[in-house]
Design a protein. Structure first.
Length: 288
């Protein structure tokens, strides 16, 4: 009994004198230790990481191997194809505008009516016909603008109309235009029109076109000819403002070096206003 009583006392003395943590001695204690294991699903919240096996995917026939890469590749090809298609459509529309500009005004109106396009397209094409070959940048921007307007057209119908007009195939043109909807307003009294309903042979149209090209090119002979007209009373300051507006828009486009729908539309409208003024002046001057 004395030995049994002295053992705990000696053990306590050893613990105090050694300076070691008490739990070190509890490991070597002769008393049995009970360990508890938890099977609670919340064991992970106490820092215990689960190592459950994932379900095995059933074997496949190999048809889905590389599906991710294939999907990405297909998506990339689709995007590339879409971009190429848009580029091709843009070039095709510009080519339509160039082809249409080679026809006479009555032919242009006939084709665009058959294609159910708006009067704005007619005005834009007839305007580019009156730009001289020396106005390269202006013609390029105008054809780009026309191309944007012509993208609404049906490709098969437009190609057929242009080809039939080039071949002077009246029977094909009649077949193509039999069901066409005429959506172009031909009201000659509309102040917003440029009076393109006039025949080609009228002198004042040719005179106004000559003035238009000469003023834009800053030809001193044409400039003196226009401003020296005294047979007709016209607002010279308004003419200067219209001309200055066209030149200002052209300079903005040349400085930026970029062609935008908004910029082309602004330039087209300013040219239309100037051309309308000059045609009115030419008509009055020849009537005197």
């Amino acid at each position: 009994m004395a030995k049994a009583a002295a053992a705990p006392a000696a053990s306590a003395l050893l613990r105090c004198s050694s300076g070691l943590p008490p739990w070190i001695f509890s490991i070597f204690s002769p008393k049995p230790h009970i360990f508890f294991f938890s099977t609670s699903p919340h064991a992970g919240s106490f820092g215990i990481r689960k190592h459950a096996l994932r379900p095995v995917r059933p074997p496949s026939d190999g048809s889905d191997i590389g599906n991710d890469d294939a999907g990405m590749k297909t998506s990339g090809d689709s995007f590339k194809k879409s971009r190429n298609e848009l580029k091709k459509e843009a070039h095709r529309a510009v080519r339509w505008g160039m082809d249409l500009s080679t026809f006479s005004p009555p032919q242009i109106k006939y084709i665009l009516r058959a294609a159910s396009l708006e009067r704005e397209v007619v005005d834009a094409i007839l305007l580019v016909k009156r730009l001289g070959p020396d106005v390269r940048e202006g013609r390029r921007r105008q054809f780009n603008y026309i191309g944007r307007l012509l993208r609404k057209a049906q490709p098969e119908l437009m190609d057929a109309l242009i080809q039939a007009s080039r071949d002077c195939d009246t029977s094909t043109l009649q077949d193509l235009t039999g069901q066409a909807t005429l959506s172009i307003d031909d009201n000659e009294d509309d102040e917003e029109d440029l009076e393109y309903e006039l025949e080609e042979g009228e002198n004042y149209m040719e005179l106004a076109d000559k003035w238009f090209d000469g003023l834009l090119c800053k030809d001193p002979t044409i400039t003196n000819e226009v401003y020296s007209i005294h047979s007709v009373d016209f607002d010279r300051q308004e003419l200067r403002n219209l001309l200055r507006r066209v030149q200002s828009v052209q300079q903005e486009g040349s400085h930026t070096g970029k062609s935008s729908l908004e910029g082309d539309d602004k330039l087209n409208k300013s040219k239309k206003l100037l051309l309308r003024f000059l045609r009115s002046l030419a008509k009055k001057s020849l009537a005197e």
